[in-house]
Design a protein around this ligand. Structure first.
Ligand code: ZN
Length: 381
């Protein structure tokens, strides 16, 4: 098989995006549009835009042709074309062009601003399932009124309901505390006490769950459901403290939960994706992806994808975009990953290190097969 043959096989693959958020509902323009391409809530340096970045350049290079524009068109022309086409058409084009056959959609992050799983499916022509975020369920439970003694039971029954049709659960303990949490499950008395303190804090206008005892309780309650458990790891917005999002900090937790046979999915991970790859290598229940990092590294994503294929067995690496908001991110996640895989694996085939049949097999595993196996997805997208 030639390099062109490998590229064609990569391009033809219907992907499973195993961790993604909804595309933005409605038009986004100006600063709001540009803000969609940065994890920083603050403005860029004077005289520049958030699109003066690897991600911004990748948008202009790869998304412009989907909107009938020349590659590398300037930002003003791009935004004008986006406005002319209208947000629904732009979103439809970009989602369909991604070649994703199934989106697993995390609905826990500003869901009211983005398409839900059914809307993602209707807009893209692909299938979609939900990933339920543990902390959001806990916040829903307290918002609907509960006292500290009944919090654990109410959380359990609400989670049962919410998780009935879910593909996975997700934890953002990395954001809310750090991955250096006590690995042991808290006692019922500790949970009651912590729930009481949280409810009192809520009365003073602090609805966010940041209590480490409760965050741990959510993890252990989540494990009971037997669904794959996704963790935010590494890079993200400045709500997190990066060095506390190193996944090796949760090694004792990984050891403790190993006999539960619940797949633990370490998401995006940059710059700790090599650590995540090591953990996926040694622990049978650990998997990882480099989703968010592929988009944010743009023309350098080839290096990140190559690093994801170092020590981790190929059955432990998954594709994701971790896109949230502008559908450019959903499309780019797929296009940059496909380009990187074709380039990196093509080089190894060219050098005689890999057979082309193995290269195609690994592309199918990482792009779709591993997710279908781990999430027990009956229907192939
Ligand atoms: Zn995410």
């Amino acid at each position: 098989m030639t390099a062109d043959g490998l590229r064609a096989a990569v391009d033809a693959l219907r992907l499973v995006d195993h961790h993604v958020h909804g595309a933005m509902v409605g038009d986004v323009e100006g600063a709001a549009f540009e803000a969609g391409f940065s994890e920083s809530p603050w403005p860029p340096p004077v005289g520049t835009t958030h699109l003066d970045s690897q991600l911004g350049f990748a948008v202009r290079r790869w998304c412009a042709p989907v909107l009938d524009l020349h590659p590398n068109v300037d930002v003003t022309a791009y935004v004008a074309r986006r406005r002319d086409l209208g947000a629904p058409e732009v979103t439809r084009r970009l989602l369909a062009a991604s070649g994703v056959g199934l989106f697993l959609v995390d609905t826990g992050c500003r869901a009211e601003q983005t398409l839900g799983p059914e809307e993602m499916a209707a807009t893209s022509g692909a299938a979609a399932s939900e990933i339920v975020r543990l902390e959001s369920v806990a916040e829903e439970v307290t918002a609907s009124g509960v006292d500290a003694t009944r919090f654990a039971d109410r959380f359990a029954s609400t989670l049962d309901e919410r998780a009935r049709y879910a593909a996975a659960l997700k934890s953002v303990i990395a954001y809310r505390h750090g991955l250096d949490f006590d690995p042991e499950p808290p006692s019922a008395a500790e949970v009651r006490r912590a729930a009481g303190q949280w409810l009192r804090r809520q009365e003073t206008g602090e609805p966010r769950l940041t209590d480490p005892v409760l965050l741990r309780h959510l993890l252990w309650a989540g494990l009971e459901r037997g669904l794959p458990l996704q963790f935010h790891v590494g890079y993200g917005d400045p709500d997190l403290t990066l060095h506390r999002c190193d996944p090796s900090l949760m090694t004792d937790f990984l050891r403790l939960v190993q006999d539960r046979h619940v797949p633990v999915m370490l998401l995006h991970g940059y710059p700790y994706h090599r650590t995540a790859g090591y953990l996926a290598h040694v622990f049978p229940h650990v998997y990882f992806d480099v989703g968010l990092a592929v988009n944010y590294t743009g023309a350098r994503s080839r290096a990140v994808v190559a690093e994801s294929l170092e020590v981790a067995p190929f059955g432990k690496v998954l594709f994701s975009s971790d896109a949230w908001g502008p559908a450019e991110l959903h499309y780019l996640g797929a296009v940059l990953w496909r380009r990187a895989m074709a380039s990196v694996l093509g080089e190894w085939v060219e050098a005689g290190e890999w057979s082309s049949a193995d290269a195609v097999r690994v592309v199918k595993m990482v792009g779709a097969g591993n997710a279908k196996r781990v999430y027990r997805l009956e229907e192939s997208p």
